[in-house]
Unconditional design. Structure first.
Length: 407
């Protein structure tokens, strides 16, 4: 079989149909009807024993000598039992994985998934921690190249300033490496082999301050009801006294969540701390006292949000605004049992309904449902959430509103 001559390549003209010139040993030149000349290599795969064809580039971009060199390299791979096309795909995939496997890229990809699963404030806190403390530490590195000692050093540095943040960061990193391993960006989860208690001291759990002394609680109730500040702040504090929501749920309450006819509050499940799609929306009965607070607030707020910022068209108040009001009222002395913040109203409620159990006689499950506390076990949660505690909650929340009125 005669080989292709370099001097004749430029003289080759297109025909009515595509045609091929063979150079031998699997190499050929395809001349298309539009005049394009393509180098091709045909061979039998050493792994599948099937005939395959690979493009080696376009002439004259790839001259004859280069095409022959490429074909020779292919034949050498085949002689070693390697399929050139599969090798090329594997190489491209590795390059792609390496690019995606750069630490910052893995973190960003992971956070795209996290944003759909986490509460907005939790998501922002995690992103901020990685942007400030983690990304600069491993900037430009492949996640697969990061070692145990480097992770340990990062965590120990963080622990010297903020032990609780370091503990959370350990969990975040473990989740990140699990994701990276699953996606093929690294071979194994190196965090799993780091003994947390060895490098991090267990932070002391500090509960939110709450008020349980009846006399101090009486002062708090009266201070809130006679507060001379912003009306939305005052009514938000009155509301959370009677119905102890989490801070973000409280300040972002919308009128759409209120059913005045049936006296029910309904917050969509995806806005609650636990976003399990198998759980029903958060529902709570509204006592006459709460209805009265809402009707008063309706005089000042006719937009989307119930507790809106003064001077703005329809912007909810910031979660810190009621906290600052509580400070100004004098409830900032934890040593004397006189400190409370929005989240602390939940602790106050739970402590006192336990103390006065005999007066309302509602179940443990109803008290948990009032705070939207759900069993940690998914199986148990699947059964428990189906139970309807609304009648018990009506009794419990009416007792609580009446108890606050008695103060």
């Amino acid at each position: 079989m005669s080989k292709i001559q370099a001097v004749t390549l430029n003289k080759l003209k297109p025909k009515d149909k595509d045609y091929t010139l063979n150079d031998g040993n699997g190499l050929s030149l395809l001349i298309k009807t539009n005049g394009t000349k393509l180098w091709e290599f045909r061979y039998t795969s050493p792994t599948t024993l099937k005939r395959r064809k690979s493009s080696l580039g376009k002439y004259p971009d790839v001259p004859l000598t280069d095409a022959r060199d490429k074909a020779k390299n292919f034949r050498e791979l085949i002689a070693k039992g390697i399929d050139p096309i599969d090798l090329n795909k594997d190489t491209k995939q590795k390059i792609k994985l390496d690019q995606q496997g750069i630490f910052e890229n893995v973190v960003d990809e992971w956070f795209e998934k996290q944003e759909k699963e986490l509460a907005q404030n939790t998501y922002k806190r995690k992103v901020g921690q990685f942007e400030n403390d983690v990304k600069p530490f491993f900037k430009g590195r492949l996640i697969s190249s990061i070692t145990h000692p480097e992770i340990v050093k990062l965590l120990e540095m963080k622990a010297t300033k903020a032990p609780e943040s370091a503990s959370r960061l350990f969990t975040y990193l473990n989740n990140l490496w699990q994701y990276a391993t699953m996606k093929g960006y690294c071979d194994f989860n190196i965090i799993a082999n780091i003994h947390k208690k060895t490098i991090l001291t267990t932070p002391k759990v500090k509960n939110y301050p709450k008020i349980t002394d009846p006399e101090i609680l009486k002062e708090l109730v009266n201070s809130i009801y006679t507060y001379k500040g912003d009306y939305s702040t005052k009514n938000a504090l009155k509301f959370v006294l009677h119905l102890p929501l989490r801070a973000l749920n409280l300040v972002n309450l919308k009128w759409d969540y209120i059913d005045f006819d049936n006296r029910i509050l309904t917050i969509p499940r995806n806005l609650m701390k636990l976003k399990d799609i198998n759980l029903s929306d958060f529902k709570m009965p509204l006592t006459p006292q709460v209805i009265e607070i809402l009707q008063e607030q309706k005089l000042f707020s006719d937009g989307e949000y119930i507790f809106k910022t003064s001077g703005y068209a329809d912007v909810p108040i910031n979660a810190e605004t009621p906290n600052r009001a509580l400070e100004r009222m004098g409830f900032n002395d934890e040593a004397m049992g006189r400190k409370i913040r929005l989240h602390g109203f939940r602790g106050t409620f739970r402590s006192l309904v336990n103390t006065h159990q005999s007066e309302h006689n509602t179940s443990f499950e109803a008290k948990e449902r009032a705070l939207d506390h759900q069993p940690k076990n998914k199986v148990e949660r699947a059964y428990t959430h189906k139970a309807d505690y609304i009648k018990e909650l009506e009794i419990l929340m009416q007792w609580w509103s009446d108890y606050l009125d008695s103060l």
